[in-house]
Design a protein around this ligand. Structure first.
Ligand SMILES: Cc1cc2nc3c(=O)[nH]c(=O)nc-3n(C[C@H](O)[C@H](O)[C@H](O)COP(=O)(O)OP(=O)(O)OC[C@H]3O[C@@H](n4cnc5c(N)ncnc54)[C@H](O)[C@@H]3O)c2cc1C
Length: 369
């Protein structure tokens, strides 16, 4: 006889943990299963740590709705659970006439979707905020900020346990099969020992492996029309000699599948440039030093005093993109297939997934609990 739980969440990234937290408030027994040694070891700890406003995505998309709602929930969570965060605001800068037209369109769109009280700044207003900046105009987003992702993840794990939920590490979900009372989840831990447990509900929050897990759950190919295109984003650290910045978040206009090589400062004040966007075939987190000149050029468009010697390779993350190069917009997928009652698959949860996590958790719970 296998153990029985109300819900299994596969993956202890920020999205899986947010789902588990919300479910553990509504259900008696919630178990998170994670293959790594601890929580948040994949996409969730390899990002910019930015709390986004929801500026760029189509109006009725899940990305817009989950990001705007997630932004509000995340600030409230950080306040309530003493997670270090900063309400920095962000500047998006246009450096050419063409950029300026695009920025005007972005500003109108952001207003239309309700992404906060954004304001267009003239060149001199922008330079008052950031004297080293070169731009034609800039858009100021007041609701953007930064969060300490590791502390956020720790607070979610803590709250799940407080609500009698469990998180197990070193354990991989190998197979999910239909059974009489829900789903039979088969796992293997790092010692090779196998286990089966029965779950009424299963949430697939496996990030870059979410499509593999969907296949392992027996979801017919016709009901999983998605393909993932891993897209690497590398970061370079800005050294002490780099030109000073006051507002910690400076973004160019989005390009090439990412938000453009931007400058962020984390909670400790450490500044980075990145991420770029490079479609890859393998998961390799090393940062290619030969990209340094390209990074310096990208940043120099809006921060002309930057030099290659100000930059050193830092870390990288990989986005689970649902479209390849030049593929346009793809929304988050929150799929609850009719052939799989009780299962939710979360596919393509790239940026702004960190910001949106708590809203996604609430939505998944509404669908399934
Ligand atoms: C370069 C980059 C920059 C980003 N910047 C931002 C940003 O500034 N702001 C923002 O809002 N968003 C940002 N994002 C997006 C955000 O980081 C992600 O959307 C979010 O972290 C995804 O979390 P997740 O829980 O879905 O995935 P993950 O954190 O990857 O979690 C999935 C977990 O599932 C586990 N797993 C997989 N398969 C199995 C299995 N079979 N059994 C058990 N466990 C399994 C993995 O080990 C992993 O820990 C960025 C992403 C990238 C790559």
């Amino acid at each position: 006889m296998s153990e029985q739980v109300d819900a299994v969440v596969i993956g202890a990234g920020v999205v899986g943990l947010a789902c588990a937290h919300e479910l553990s408030r509504r259900l008696d027994s919630v178990l998170v299963i994670e293959r790594e040694v601890g929580p948040g070891r994949e996409i969730s700890s390899r990002n910019s740590g930015v709390i986004h406003a929801g500026i760029y995505y189509p109006k009725d998309s899940l990305k817009t709705r989950m990001c705007i709602e997630g932004n509000r929930l995340l600030y409230a969570w950080c306040e309530a659970h003493e997670v270090p965060h900063k309400h920095t605001g962000k500047l998006i800068v246009a450096t050419s006439a063409e950029d300026e037209r695009r920025l005007q369109t972005i500003a109108r769109h952001a207003k239309d979707v309700g992404a906060g009280e954004l304001r267009l700044l003239t060149r001199s207003e922008a330079m008052e905020q950031e004297p080293e900046l070169r731009c034609a105009v800039a858009l100021h987003s007041p609701t953007s900020g930064v969060v300490d992702v590791h502390e956020l993840i720790a607070s979610l794990v803590h709250e799940i346990k407080e609500a009698d939920g469990m998180v197990v590490y070193h354990t991989t979900v190998d197979e999910i099969r239909k059974c009489q009372n829900g789903w039979l989840v088969r796992t293997t831990d790092t010692t090779g020992s196998q286990m089966e447990l029965e779950a009424r509900r299963v949430i697939n929050a496996a990030g870059l492996s979410a499509l593999d897990v969907a296949a392992k759950s027996g979801l017919p190919e016709a009901e999983r029309p998605w393909r993932l295109y891993p897209c690497k984003g590398s970061y370079f650290a800005l050294g002490a000699g780099a030109p000073p910045t006051r507002n910690s978040l400076i973004y160019p206009l989005p390009e090439g599948g990412g938000l453009g090589v931007h400058i962020t400062a984390d909670i400790s004040g450490a500044r980075r440039a990145g991420p770029d966007a490079e479609f890859v075939d393998t998961i390799d987190y090393s940062v290619d030093e030969s990209r340094l000149e390209r990074f310096a050029d990208a940043v120099a468009r809006y921060l002309p005093a930057i030099r290659p010697e100000h930059l050193t390779p830092d870390y990288s993350g990989i986005r689970p993109k649902l479209v390849g190069p030049g593929g346009g917009f793809a929304d988050f997928v929150i799929a609850n297939p009719s052939s799989q009652p009780g299962i939710v698959h979360l596919i393509g949860i790239e940026s702004p997934g960190l910001t949106a996590a708590l809203a996604i958790g609430a939505r998944v719970s509404d669908v399934i609990a």
